[in-house]
Design a protein. Structure first.
Length: 132
């Protein structure tokens, strides 16, 4: 099994995320297509079709580093793993919210125009070193 988990810009549950984005683009049609989304996910993920990642991380107790950009428009608060975990504040999870405007989005949290986010990479490295 895993010794540690690092997750950046992660969503809480796969099916909820798909439904959230489908509603954004198709409104009520998302609710009509939901059974088909569920069936598709069930084929891919089996019994864990919509397992909430926050609950799984808390119950397994594995050390985790969860980060997200403060301006992440893809993984919004409602579907964000980080925001759900913040409510629980589990002992096995370290949190990081990236505020730097050069790195605080979804697509630029690690790199922006070829420039690495060394602050975040150092935090991840320190986390991994503390676990191994």
């Amino acid at each position: 099994g895993a010794s540690a988990v690092v997750c950046l810009s992660g969503f809480r549950a796969p099916l909820d995320t798909m439904r959230h984005w489908a509603r954004r683009y198709t409104s009520v049609l998302a609710d009509i297509e939901y059974p088909f989304l569920w069936a598709r996910q069930r084929l891919s993920l089996g019994d864990e079709t919509n397992e909430p990642a926050d609950e799984e991380l808390i119950s397994c107790g594995i050390p985790a580093f969860v980060g997200q950009g403060s301006n992440d428009e893809t993984v919004e608060d409602e579907i964000s793993l980080l925001y759900h975990l913040l409510d629980e504040n589990p002992k096995n999870v370290s949190f990081f919210m990236e505020e730097d405007p050069n790195f605080n989005g979804h697509d630029n949290i690690l790199f922006n125009d070829g420039v690495a986010n060394t602050v975040l990479l150092d935090k991840i490295d320190n986390f991994i070193q503390s676990v191994i």
